[in-house]
Design a protein around this ligand. Sequence first.
Ligand code: ZN
Length: 116
Amino acid sequence: MYCSSCGNEISDTARYCQQCGTPTVKTASTPAVARPRRPLSRPRDDRKIAGVCAGIARYLGMDVTLVRILMLVFAIWPPCVGAIFYIVCWIVMPQDPLLLPPATHVSEPQSAPAAP
Ligand SMILES: [Zn+2]
């Protein structure tokens, strides 16, 4: 079967997706109280520098502005801790997959010949 969240191929016996941790459909008997865990990745939209703050905020379910303020505070005191943390996150955190528009038409047939 395939993960309903990220599309990763998972075995039929697996209860959770190995990539994003989303429970498989078979575990519908257990109450799905917890919200689906989002991958810790950098979104391509709603980013200021590299999307690290936005990704952390989305992962933790926090406000993006609050995460940015905390990151800024930790960048000032203790010195450089926030900056180093940001750079490490920038390197480690993957970007969201690029959302391409669905290919509706493959190629336009050339109906009108080019005028000389
Ligand atoms: Zn998944």
